[in-house]
Write a protein that binds this ligand. Structure first.
Ligand code: PHE
Ligand code: CO
Length: 299
């Protein structure tokens, strides 16, 4: 029924938007677009393959087992930029998630609505050759290689859905900045304890050539155990490697810590002072008290 209504009249429910990258595109009401898989050039598929090979070589022994097993289960190494249709089918069979294409960043409320419904919005463009190592906007490599493997893990999949629902609530309560820090320090830049030592699972780390080594091996950043309220009061940077990483014991711990009602938590963190990106507290369980030499270097 709904589908039929949307189809009547060309472009019904569609709108023109200017993306964060300044591109003008037509999107659906929920900001999704067709991935346009047929339009990728051979050069773009090859760029994906090179990025993929480079990261996989770094991630053996560095990425969390859950991430590596997600890569494998989803057959992301098949070669070329994944077709979201086939990828979604595999992912849906594992955890009920699908991957939908978006031109780039989507408005916060739209993003939360996708997550709350187990849809992961992924950028459909691939970074240009001259920005192979670093770009600020999430492209298909960051979003699919970085984020999607973890969505094959049941506890993490549940966490992401809960985050979407929690985001809708946080927006209404005016505490999005606090909740966003939780996303940043887990989904994007999280570390996890394993029997073999610390491993990375955050998408911002696993999709980055430099940070996948830095996050684990550099003496520069702090590494401290995850604490919900500590994380929610800690600033972060978007322009360089993190100065503090938070370590979880596993995805069950993460889910358990976030299942509680955040109402009282928000009241406390709103009243608490914001902590500097490099702060180390007496109450922290510290793995590494970083030298911060990276942040202090003269650029
Ligand atoms: N438990 C949170 C709340 O009550 C929701 C949430 C779950 C937020 C998981 C983030 C991650 O709002
Ligand atoms: Co991301």
């Amino acid at each position: 029924m709904l589908l039929k209504m949307d189809m009547t009249g060309a472009g019904a429910g569609k709108k023109h938007i200017m993306t964060a990258l300044g591109r003008e595109v037509e999107v659906n009401a929920d900001y999704t677009v067709d991935q346009g898989w047929e339009s990728y050039t051979a050069e773009e598929h090859d760029r994906w393959d090179r990025l993929f090979a480079r990261q996989v070589a770094l991630l053996e022994g560095r990425a969390a087992p859950a991430f590596m097993s997600g890569l494998e289960k989803l057959k992301l190494s098949d070669g070329g930029i994944p077709d979201f249709r086939a990828l979604s089918e595999r992912l849906k069979a594992l955890t009920g998630w699908t991957v939908v294409a978006v031109p780039d960043l989507v408005p916060e409320d739209v993003f939360f609505d996708h997550l709350a419904n187990r849809r992961f919005p992924a950028g459909n463009f691939i970074r240009p050759e001259r920005q192979l190592d670093y770009l600020e906007e999430p492209d298909v490599f960051h979003d699919v290689f970085g984020h999607v493997p973890m969505l094959a893990h049941p506890n993490f999949a549940n966490y992401m859905e809960a985050y979407g629902k929690g985001g809708q609530r946080a927006a209404n309560l005016g505490v999005l900045d606090h909740l966003a820090r939780l996303y940043w320090y887990t989904v994007e830049f999280g570390l996890v304890n394993t029997d073999e030592g610390l491993r990375i699972y955050g998408a911002g780390i696993v999709s980055s050539k430099g940070e996948s080594v830095f996050a684990l091996e550099s003496p520069s950043p702090n590494r401290v155990h995850f604490d919900l309220e500590r994380v929610m009061t800690t600033d972060y940077r978007i322009d360089d490697y993190q100065q503090t990483y938070f370590v979880i014991d596993g995805f069950r711990e993460l889910l358990a810590a976030t299942l509680q009602d955040f109402g009282p938590v928000y009241e406390r963190v709103k009243a608490a002072p914001t902590l500097a990106i490099d702060a180390v507290l007496e109450t922290d369980k510290v793995y590494t008290h970083g030298t911060q030499e990276h942040a202090a270097r003269v650029a």
